[in-house]
Write a protein that binds this ligand. Structure first.
Ligand code: ZN
Length: 488
Protein backbone atom coordinates (compact mmCIF):
# COMPACT_ATOMS: atom_id res chain seq x y z
CA UNK A 1 0.00 0.00 0.00
CA UNK A 2 1.46 3.35 -0.99
CA UNK A 3 1.48 6.32 1.30
CA UNK A 4 -0.94 8.09 -1.09
CA UNK A 5 -3.40 5.19 -0.86
CA UNK A 6 -3.01 5.07 2.89
CA UNK A 7 -3.95 8.74 3.03
CA UNK A 8 -7.00 8.02 0.87
CA UNK A 9 -7.95 5.13 3.12
CA UNK A 10 -7.65 7.30 6.22
CA UNK A 11 -9.83 9.97 4.62
CA UNK A 12 -12.38 7.30 3.66
CA UNK A 13 -12.36 5.92 7.19
CA UNK A 14 -12.92 9.39 8.65
CA UNK A 15 -15.84 10.01 6.26
CA UNK A 16 -17.37 6.61 7.08
CA UNK A 17 -16.99 7.26 10.82
CA UNK A 18 -18.59 10.70 10.58
CA UNK A 19 -21.47 9.38 8.44
CA UNK A 20 -21.99 6.41 10.74
CA UNK A 21 -22.01 8.63 13.82
CA UNK A 22 -24.59 10.88 12.21
CA UNK A 23 -26.73 7.86 11.30
CA UNK A 24 -26.58 8.58 7.57
CA UNK A 25 -25.42 5.12 6.60
CA UNK A 26 -27.76 2.74 8.28
CA UNK A 27 -26.55 -0.36 6.45
CA UNK A 28 -22.97 -0.44 7.65
CA UNK A 29 -23.47 0.14 11.34
CA UNK A 30 -26.48 -0.37 13.49
CA UNK A 31 -28.62 -2.39 11.05
CA UNK A 32 -26.79 -5.54 12.05
CA UNK A 33 -28.09 -5.48 15.59
CA UNK A 34 -31.77 -5.67 14.68
CA UNK A 35 -33.85 -8.81 14.60
CA UNK A 36 -35.30 -9.52 11.15
CA UNK A 37 -38.72 -10.92 10.43
CA UNK A 38 -39.87 -12.38 7.13
CA UNK A 39 -43.54 -13.28 7.14
CA UNK A 40 -45.31 -14.91 4.18
CA UNK A 41 -49.01 -15.20 4.79
CA UNK A 42 -52.33 -15.97 3.15
CA UNK A 43 -55.70 -14.83 4.38
CA UNK A 44 -58.74 -17.04 3.79
CA UNK A 45 -61.42 -14.40 4.17
CA UNK A 46 -64.34 -16.84 4.39
CA UNK A 47 -62.86 -18.64 7.36
CA UNK A 48 -60.96 -15.54 8.54
CA UNK A 49 -57.90 -17.70 9.03
CA UNK A 50 -54.42 -16.45 8.31
CA UNK A 51 -51.81 -19.08 7.43
CA UNK A 52 -48.22 -17.95 7.82
CA UNK A 53 -44.60 -19.02 7.50
CA UNK A 54 -42.36 -16.71 9.51
CA UNK A 55 -38.58 -16.64 9.51
CA UNK A 56 -37.00 -14.79 12.39
CA UNK A 57 -33.33 -13.91 12.31
CA UNK A 58 -32.95 -13.12 15.99
CA UNK A 59 -30.12 -10.93 17.22
CA UNK A 60 -29.05 -11.67 20.79
CA UNK A 61 -28.53 -8.30 22.47
CA UNK A 62 -29.21 -9.68 25.96
CA UNK A 63 -25.58 -9.52 27.11
CA UNK A 64 -25.52 -13.24 27.95
CA UNK A 65 -25.84 -16.62 26.24
CA UNK A 66 -29.43 -17.76 25.65
CA UNK A 67 -30.79 -21.31 25.65
CA UNK A 68 -34.35 -20.33 24.76
CA UNK A 69 -36.06 -17.53 22.84
CA UNK A 70 -39.56 -16.45 23.79
CA UNK A 71 -42.29 -14.95 21.65
CA UNK A 72 -45.54 -13.21 22.59
CA UNK A 73 -48.64 -14.91 21.18
CA UNK A 74 -51.25 -12.17 21.51
CA UNK A 75 -54.06 -13.82 19.48
CA UNK A 76 -54.53 -16.50 22.16
CA UNK A 77 -56.15 -13.85 24.37
CA UNK A 78 -59.19 -14.19 22.10
CA UNK A 79 -59.52 -17.96 22.51
CA UNK A 80 -62.37 -19.76 24.21
CA UNK A 81 -61.60 -20.16 27.90
CA UNK A 82 -58.98 -17.37 28.05
CA UNK A 83 -58.32 -16.37 31.67
CA UNK A 84 -57.10 -12.86 30.81
CA UNK A 85 -59.54 -11.08 28.54
CA UNK A 86 -58.40 -8.19 26.32
CA UNK A 87 -61.48 -6.04 26.94
CA UNK A 88 -63.55 -4.47 29.71
CA UNK A 89 -66.88 -4.09 27.95
CA UNK A 90 -68.20 -7.19 26.23
CA UNK A 91 -71.05 -5.47 24.35
CA UNK A 92 -68.79 -2.83 22.82
CA UNK A 93 -66.12 -5.40 21.93
CA UNK A 94 -68.50 -8.00 20.49
CA UNK A 95 -71.55 -6.17 19.06
CA UNK A 96 -72.71 -9.40 17.35
CA UNK A 97 -71.93 -11.69 20.29
CA UNK A 98 -68.89 -13.76 21.12
CA UNK A 99 -66.55 -14.98 18.43
CA UNK A 100 -63.22 -16.58 19.31
CA UNK A 101 -59.76 -16.21 17.87
CA UNK A 102 -56.49 -18.02 18.46
CA UNK A 103 -53.02 -18.76 17.18
CA UNK A 104 -51.95 -22.31 16.46
CA UNK A 105 -48.25 -23.09 16.17
CA UNK A 106 -47.80 -25.84 13.56
CA UNK A 107 -44.04 -26.22 13.85
CA UNK A 108 -40.74 -24.55 14.72
CA UNK A 109 -37.49 -25.25 12.87
CA UNK A 110 -34.00 -23.96 12.32
CA UNK A 111 -32.19 -24.75 9.07
CA UNK A 112 -34.84 -27.39 8.28
CA UNK A 113 -34.38 -29.16 11.66
CA UNK A 114 -37.27 -29.27 14.11
CA UNK A 115 -36.82 -27.45 17.41
CA UNK A 116 -38.62 -28.23 20.68
CA UNK A 117 -41.12 -25.64 21.75
CA UNK A 118 -43.96 -25.11 24.17
CA UNK A 119 -46.87 -22.70 24.50
CA UNK A 120 -47.44 -21.40 28.02
CA UNK A 121 -47.01 -18.23 30.06
CA UNK A 122 -49.70 -16.65 32.23
CA UNK A 123 -52.45 -17.54 29.75
CA UNK A 124 -51.06 -19.46 26.75
CA UNK A 125 -49.57 -16.18 25.59
CA UNK A 126 -45.93 -17.20 25.21
CA UNK A 127 -44.11 -19.48 22.78
CA UNK A 128 -40.82 -20.77 24.20
CA UNK A 129 -38.40 -22.18 21.65
CA UNK A 130 -35.54 -24.37 22.93
CA UNK A 131 -32.30 -23.80 21.06
CA UNK A 132 -30.03 -26.69 20.07
CA UNK A 133 -27.06 -24.94 21.61
CA UNK A 134 -26.52 -21.79 23.63
CA UNK A 135 -26.80 -18.66 21.48
CA UNK A 136 -23.87 -16.45 22.39
CA UNK A 137 -24.30 -12.77 23.04
CA UNK A 138 -24.31 -10.65 19.86
CA UNK A 139 -24.87 -13.69 17.66
CA UNK A 140 -27.81 -14.49 15.43
CA UNK A 141 -30.21 -17.41 15.44
CA UNK A 142 -32.65 -18.27 12.68
CA UNK A 143 -36.02 -19.65 13.71
CA UNK A 144 -38.78 -20.64 11.28
CA UNK A 145 -42.29 -20.75 12.68
CA UNK A 146 -45.37 -22.02 10.86
CA UNK A 147 -48.68 -20.99 12.32
CA UNK A 148 -52.27 -20.08 11.67
CA UNK A 149 -54.35 -17.33 13.25
CA UNK A 150 -58.13 -17.23 13.53
CA UNK A 151 -59.26 -13.62 13.43
CA UNK A 152 -62.29 -13.09 15.68
CA UNK A 153 -65.34 -11.08 14.72
CA UNK A 154 -64.96 -8.17 17.12
CA UNK A 155 -64.43 -4.42 17.24
CA UNK A 156 -61.06 -4.82 18.95
CA UNK A 157 -57.55 -4.30 17.63
CA UNK A 158 -57.38 -7.81 16.20
CA UNK A 159 -60.70 -8.48 14.55
CA UNK A 160 -62.92 -8.22 11.51
CA UNK A 161 -66.21 -6.52 11.05
CA UNK A 162 -68.16 -5.81 7.88
CA UNK A 163 -65.65 -5.43 5.06
CA UNK A 164 -62.71 -4.44 7.26
CA UNK A 165 -60.02 -6.44 9.07
CA UNK A 166 -57.84 -5.02 11.86
CA UNK A 167 -54.74 -7.18 11.62
CA UNK A 168 -52.52 -6.27 14.56
CA UNK A 169 -50.45 -8.20 17.12
CA UNK A 170 -51.11 -11.28 15.02
CA UNK A 171 -47.63 -12.80 14.65
CA UNK A 172 -45.25 -14.40 17.19
CA UNK A 173 -43.31 -11.35 18.33
CA UNK A 174 -39.96 -11.73 20.12
CA UNK A 175 -40.22 -10.83 23.83
CA UNK A 176 -37.91 -8.04 24.99
CA UNK A 177 -35.06 -9.40 27.08
CA UNK A 178 -34.43 -7.19 30.10
CA UNK A 179 -32.86 -7.62 33.54
CA UNK A 180 -32.19 -11.31 33.08
CA UNK A 181 -35.56 -12.38 31.67
CA UNK A 182 -37.80 -12.27 28.64
CA UNK A 183 -40.69 -9.89 29.30
CA UNK A 184 -43.93 -11.75 28.66
CA UNK A 185 -46.96 -9.66 27.72
CA UNK A 186 -50.37 -10.99 28.73
CA UNK A 187 -53.02 -9.20 26.63
CA UNK A 188 -54.45 -7.19 29.53
CA UNK A 189 -57.61 -5.09 29.06
CA UNK A 190 -55.80 -1.96 30.33
CA UNK A 191 -53.82 0.28 28.00
CA UNK A 192 -51.56 -1.08 25.27
CA UNK A 193 -49.96 -4.23 26.71
CA UNK A 194 -47.37 -4.53 23.93
CA UNK A 195 -43.61 -4.26 24.35
CA UNK A 196 -41.13 -4.85 21.57
CA UNK A 197 -37.81 -3.80 20.10
CA UNK A 198 -37.23 -2.22 16.72
CA UNK A 199 -36.72 -4.81 13.97
CA UNK A 200 -36.61 -5.13 10.19
CA UNK A 201 -39.61 -6.64 8.42
CA UNK A 202 -40.39 -8.19 5.06
CA UNK A 203 -44.02 -9.21 4.78
CA UNK A 204 -46.03 -10.73 1.94
CA UNK A 205 -49.78 -11.13 2.08
CA UNK A 206 -52.10 -12.94 -0.35
CA UNK A 207 -55.81 -12.38 -0.02
CA UNK A 208 -58.83 -13.74 -1.85
CA UNK A 209 -60.71 -10.44 -1.74
CA UNK A 210 -60.07 -7.07 -3.35
CA UNK A 211 -58.76 -5.55 -0.17
CA UNK A 212 -57.03 -2.21 0.04
CA UNK A 213 -54.25 -2.48 2.64
CA UNK A 214 -53.14 0.19 5.11
CA UNK A 215 -49.83 -1.02 6.49
CA UNK A 216 -46.69 -0.52 8.55
CA UNK A 217 -43.47 -0.19 6.56
CA UNK A 218 -43.53 0.64 2.84
CA UNK A 219 -45.46 -1.11 0.09
CA UNK A 220 -42.99 -2.75 -2.31
CA UNK A 221 -45.59 -4.14 -4.73
CA UNK A 222 -49.24 -4.96 -5.18
CA UNK A 223 -50.69 -7.35 -7.75
CA UNK A 224 -54.32 -7.92 -8.57
CA UNK A 225 -55.87 -10.95 -10.22
CA UNK A 226 -59.67 -10.93 -10.27
CA UNK A 227 -60.72 -10.56 -6.66
CA UNK A 228 -57.33 -11.69 -5.33
CA UNK A 229 -54.58 -9.41 -4.19
CA UNK A 230 -50.97 -10.00 -3.26
CA UNK A 231 -48.88 -7.44 -1.45
CA UNK A 232 -45.22 -7.10 -0.51
CA UNK A 233 -44.16 -4.79 2.30
CA UNK A 234 -40.85 -3.89 3.80
CA UNK A 235 -39.95 -1.88 6.89
CA UNK A 236 -36.70 -1.13 8.65
CA UNK A 237 -36.26 -0.30 12.32
CA UNK A 238 -39.91 -0.51 13.23
CA UNK A 239 -41.06 -2.15 16.43
CA UNK A 240 -44.17 -3.86 15.14
CA UNK A 241 -45.98 -4.62 11.92
CA UNK A 242 -49.70 -3.98 11.58
CA UNK A 243 -52.26 -3.87 8.78
CA UNK A 244 -55.81 -2.72 8.24
CA UNK A 245 -57.52 -4.35 5.25
CA UNK A 246 -60.78 -3.16 3.82
CA UNK A 247 -62.94 -3.59 0.73
CA UNK A 248 -64.57 -0.29 1.56
CA UNK A 249 -61.43 1.85 1.83
CA UNK A 250 -60.82 4.86 -0.30
CA UNK A 251 -57.37 6.37 0.00
CA UNK A 252 -56.16 9.93 -0.35
CA UNK A 253 -52.38 10.16 -0.73
CA UNK A 254 -50.21 13.24 -0.53
CA UNK A 255 -46.51 13.24 -1.29
CA UNK A 256 -44.28 15.65 0.57
CA UNK A 257 -40.59 15.36 -0.25
CA UNK A 258 -39.70 11.70 0.25
CA UNK A 259 -42.67 10.97 2.49
CA UNK A 260 -46.06 9.71 1.32
CA UNK A 261 -48.97 10.33 3.65
CA UNK A 262 -51.99 8.09 3.07
CA UNK A 263 -55.40 8.70 4.56
CA UNK A 264 -57.56 5.55 4.33
CA UNK A 265 -61.21 6.40 4.75
CA UNK A 266 -64.44 4.50 4.60
CA UNK A 267 -66.02 5.37 1.25
CA UNK A 268 -68.51 8.19 1.53
CA UNK A 269 -66.45 10.16 4.03
CA UNK A 270 -66.69 13.78 2.89
CA UNK A 271 -63.90 15.22 5.02
CA UNK A 272 -61.04 13.24 3.61
CA UNK A 273 -59.22 16.16 1.94
CA UNK A 274 -59.21 18.09 5.20
CA UNK A 275 -58.17 15.06 7.26
CA UNK A 276 -55.32 14.04 4.97
CA UNK A 277 -54.04 17.64 4.92
CA UNK A 278 -54.17 17.71 8.72
CA UNK A 279 -52.25 14.42 8.91
CA UNK A 280 -49.46 15.80 6.71
CA UNK A 281 -49.40 19.05 8.65
CA UNK A 282 -49.08 17.27 12.00
CA UNK A 283 -46.34 14.95 10.72
CA UNK A 284 -44.46 17.94 9.31
CA UNK A 285 -44.83 19.94 12.53
CA UNK A 286 -43.57 17.15 14.76
CA UNK A 287 -40.83 16.38 12.22
CA UNK A 288 -39.55 19.92 12.62
CA UNK A 289 -40.16 20.25 16.35
CA UNK A 290 -38.88 16.83 17.53
CA UNK A 291 -36.79 15.21 14.79
CA UNK A 292 -37.09 14.25 11.14
CA UNK A 293 -39.63 11.50 10.46
CA UNK A 294 -37.20 8.81 9.31
CA UNK A 295 -39.57 6.64 7.24
CA UNK A 296 -41.07 6.99 3.77
CA UNK A 297 -44.69 6.17 4.52
CA UNK A 298 -47.17 7.33 7.11
CA UNK A 299 -50.80 6.24 7.08
CA UNK A 300 -53.97 6.90 9.00
CA UNK A 301 -56.73 4.31 8.68
CA UNK A 302 -60.31 4.95 9.74
CA UNK A 303 -61.68 1.71 11.09
CA UNK A 304 -63.94 0.22 13.75
CA UNK A 305 -62.27 0.21 17.15
CA UNK A 306 -63.31 0.05 20.79
CA UNK A 307 -60.90 2.94 21.56
CA UNK A 308 -60.62 6.33 19.85
CA UNK A 309 -57.33 5.47 18.15
CA UNK A 310 -54.30 3.24 18.24
CA UNK A 311 -50.69 3.62 17.21
CA UNK A 312 -48.49 1.28 15.19
CA UNK A 313 -45.26 2.00 13.34
CA UNK A 314 -46.01 4.11 10.23
CA UNK A 315 -49.71 3.46 10.74
CA UNK A 316 -52.39 4.63 13.12
CA UNK A 317 -56.02 3.66 13.50
CA UNK A 318 -58.73 6.24 14.07
CA UNK A 319 -62.19 5.15 15.17
CA UNK A 320 -64.39 5.81 12.13
CA UNK A 321 -67.42 6.57 14.30
CA UNK A 322 -65.88 9.51 16.18
CA UNK A 323 -67.17 12.99 15.48
CA UNK A 324 -64.97 15.02 13.15
CA UNK A 325 -63.35 17.28 15.76
CA UNK A 326 -62.46 14.26 17.89
CA UNK A 327 -60.89 12.59 14.87
CA UNK A 328 -58.61 15.62 14.55
CA UNK A 329 -57.44 15.22 18.14
CA UNK A 330 -56.87 11.49 17.72
CA UNK A 331 -54.85 12.09 14.53
CA UNK A 332 -52.58 14.51 16.40
CA UNK A 333 -52.17 12.28 19.48
CA UNK A 334 -51.52 9.10 17.47
CA UNK A 335 -49.09 10.88 15.14
CA UNK A 336 -47.08 12.04 18.18
CA UNK A 337 -46.75 8.34 19.04
CA UNK A 338 -44.65 7.90 15.91
CA UNK A 339 -41.93 9.53 18.04
CA UNK A 340 -43.05 8.54 21.56
CA UNK A 341 -43.46 4.77 21.17
CA UNK A 342 -42.23 4.34 17.59
CA UNK A 343 -38.86 6.06 17.17
CA UNK A 344 -38.15 6.06 20.92
CA UNK A 345 -39.63 3.00 22.54
CA UNK A 346 -40.58 2.82 26.20
CA UNK A 347 -42.01 0.19 28.50
CA UNK A 348 -45.77 0.29 27.92
CA UNK A 349 -46.29 -2.38 30.52
CA UNK A 350 -44.70 -0.43 33.39
CA UNK A 351 -44.26 3.23 32.45
CA UNK A 352 -47.10 3.96 30.04
CA UNK A 353 -47.12 7.64 31.12
CA UNK A 354 -43.80 8.14 29.32
CA UNK A 355 -45.31 7.85 25.85
CA UNK A 356 -48.98 8.60 26.61
CA UNK A 357 -48.25 11.69 28.73
CA UNK A 358 -45.83 13.04 26.16
CA UNK A 359 -48.25 12.29 23.30
CA UNK A 360 -50.97 14.20 25.21
CA UNK A 361 -48.71 17.21 25.77
CA UNK A 362 -47.54 17.02 22.13
CA UNK A 363 -51.21 17.26 21.11
CA UNK A 364 -51.68 20.47 23.09
CA UNK A 365 -48.42 21.77 21.65
CA UNK A 366 -49.54 21.12 18.05
CA UNK A 367 -52.83 22.95 18.51
CA UNK A 368 -51.17 25.83 20.40
CA UNK A 369 -48.52 26.30 17.70
CA UNK A 370 -50.95 26.03 14.82
CA UNK A 371 -53.42 28.78 15.58
CA UNK A 372 -55.91 26.58 17.39
CA UNK A 373 -55.36 28.13 20.79
CA UNK A 374 -58.84 27.45 22.06
CA UNK A 375 -58.56 23.77 21.21
CA UNK A 376 -55.13 23.64 22.90
CA UNK A 377 -56.54 25.29 26.01
CA UNK A 378 -59.57 23.00 26.12
CA UNK A 379 -57.35 19.98 25.74
CA UNK A 380 -55.11 21.03 28.61
CA UNK A 381 -58.05 22.01 30.80
CA UNK A 382 -59.77 18.68 30.11
CA UNK A 383 -56.76 16.77 31.40
CA UNK A 384 -56.27 19.22 34.29
CA UNK A 385 -59.87 18.71 35.45
CA UNK A 386 -59.67 14.92 35.01
CA UNK A 387 -56.46 14.81 37.02
CA UNK A 388 -57.92 16.96 39.82
CA UNK A 389 -61.06 14.81 39.97
CA UNK A 390 -58.93 11.73 40.31
CA UNK A 391 -56.85 13.38 43.07
CA UNK A 392 -60.07 13.93 45.06
CA UNK A 393 -60.90 10.25 44.76
CA UNK A 394 -57.35 9.30 45.78
CA UNK A 395 -57.64 11.49 48.89
CA UNK A 396 -60.82 9.64 49.85
CA UNK A 397 -59.36 6.20 49.34
CA UNK A 398 -55.89 7.17 50.58
CA UNK A 399 -54.05 4.14 49.22
CA UNK A 400 -50.44 3.40 50.15
CA UNK A 401 -47.71 4.03 47.59
CA UNK A 402 -49.83 5.75 44.97
CA UNK A 403 -47.84 6.17 41.77
CA UNK A 404 -48.23 6.74 38.03
CA UNK A 405 -45.25 4.52 37.34
CA UNK A 406 -46.68 1.06 37.77
CA UNK A 407 -47.63 -2.04 35.84
CA UNK A 408 -50.75 -2.16 33.67
CA UNK A 409 -51.98 -5.03 35.85
CA UNK A 410 -51.72 -2.80 38.94
CA UNK A 411 -54.27 -0.22 37.78
CA UNK A 412 -57.62 -0.90 39.38
CA UNK A 413 -59.61 0.29 36.35
CA UNK A 414 -59.39 1.89 32.93
CA UNK A 415 -60.53 5.09 34.65
CA UNK A 416 -57.53 5.13 36.99
CA UNK A 417 -55.21 4.30 34.09
CA UNK A 418 -56.46 7.16 31.91
CA UNK A 419 -56.51 9.72 34.75
CA UNK A 420 -53.00 8.85 35.92
CA UNK A 421 -51.22 8.04 32.68
CA UNK A 422 -52.87 10.42 30.17
CA UNK A 423 -54.19 13.33 32.21
CA UNK A 424 -51.55 13.50 34.92
CA UNK A 425 -48.89 12.55 32.38
CA UNK A 426 -49.91 15.55 30.26
CA UNK A 427 -49.60 17.88 33.26
CA UNK A 428 -46.16 16.50 34.13
CA UNK A 429 -44.74 17.37 30.70
CA UNK A 430 -46.48 20.74 30.66
CA UNK A 431 -44.83 21.52 34.01
CA UNK A 432 -41.41 20.47 32.71
CA UNK A 433 -41.96 22.63 29.59
CA UNK A 434 -42.86 25.67 31.69
CA UNK A 435 -40.04 25.08 34.16
CA UNK A 436 -37.16 24.73 31.71
CA UNK A 437 -38.59 26.90 28.93
CA UNK A 438 -39.47 26.03 25.34
CA UNK A 439 -35.95 26.25 23.88
CA UNK A 440 -34.48 23.86 26.46
CA UNK A 441 -37.52 21.58 26.28
CA UNK A 442 -37.12 21.21 22.54
CA UNK A 443 -33.39 20.56 22.80
CA UNK A 444 -33.90 18.04 25.59
CA UNK A 445 -36.41 16.11 23.50
CA UNK A 446 -34.02 16.12 20.56
CA UNK A 447 -31.27 14.79 22.79
CA UNK A 448 -33.69 12.17 24.16
CA UNK A 449 -34.45 11.03 20.60
CA UNK A 450 -30.84 11.14 19.51
CA UNK A 451 -29.66 8.93 22.35
CA UNK A 452 -32.56 6.49 22.37
CA UNK A 453 -33.88 6.26 18.82
CA UNK A 454 -34.82 2.73 17.69
CA UNK A 455 -34.09 1.60 21.22
CA UNK A 456 -36.01 1.54 24.49
CA UNK A 457 -35.81 4.46 26.89
CA UNK A 458 -36.50 4.18 30.58
CA UNK A 459 -37.47 6.91 33.03
CA UNK A 460 -33.80 7.67 33.83
CA UNK A 461 -32.98 8.16 30.13
CA UNK A 462 -35.77 10.70 29.93
CA UNK A 463 -34.83 12.64 33.07
CA UNK A 464 -31.15 12.56 32.02
CA UNK A 465 -32.09 14.26 28.73
CA UNK A 466 -34.06 17.01 30.50
CA UNK A 467 -31.32 17.47 33.10
CA UNK A 468 -28.83 18.27 30.33
CA UNK A 469 -30.82 21.47 29.75
CA UNK A 470 -31.86 22.32 33.31
CA UNK A 471 -29.86 23.94 36.06
CA UNK A 472 -31.74 22.11 38.83
CA UNK A 473 -32.65 18.44 39.15
CA UNK A 474 -35.64 17.59 36.96
CA UNK A 475 -36.04 14.26 38.78
CA UNK A 476 -37.62 16.19 41.67
CA UNK A 477 -40.40 17.49 39.39
CA UNK A 478 -40.92 14.09 37.77
CA UNK A 479 -40.92 12.47 41.21
CA UNK A 480 -43.60 14.82 42.59
CA UNK A 481 -45.97 14.16 39.70
CA UNK A 482 -45.30 10.43 39.67
CA UNK A 483 -45.84 10.06 43.41
CA UNK A 484 -48.94 12.35 43.51
CA UNK A 485 -47.27 14.82 45.90
CA UNK A 486 -47.22 17.75 43.46
CA UNK A 487 -49.28 20.83 44.37
CA UNK A 488 -50.96 22.36 41.33
ZN1 ZN B 1 -51.80 7.16 23.03
Amino acid sequence: MTKKNLKKLIICLIIVTVLAASGLIIGITAANKYTRYEIDMTLDSDKMVLTAAQSVDYYNASGIGLDVIKFNLYPNAFREGAKIKPYYDFDISYPDGIDYGWINIAGVKTGGKALSYSVGGADMNVLTVELEKTLKNRRRQSIDIEYSVKIPKTHMRLGYYGQTVNLTNFFPSVCVYENGAFIECPYLPTGDPFYSEAADFKVTLSTDRAYTAAHSGDKVSEEASGESRSFKFSGKRIRDFALCLSESFGVKSIKSGKITVNYYYQKGDLNVAEKSALTLDVLTFFGEYFSRYPYKTYSVAETFLTAGGMEYPNLVFVNKDLKESDKDTVIVHETAHQWWYGIVGSDNLKSAWMDEGLAEFSTELYFAKNSRLLKALEYYQGNYAASKRFDDIIKEINPANITMDKGLNEFSSEYEYVAAVYSRGHLLFKDVYKTIGEGSFKQALRSYINKNQYGIAHKENMTDAFNEYYSGDIRIIFGEWISFTKNY
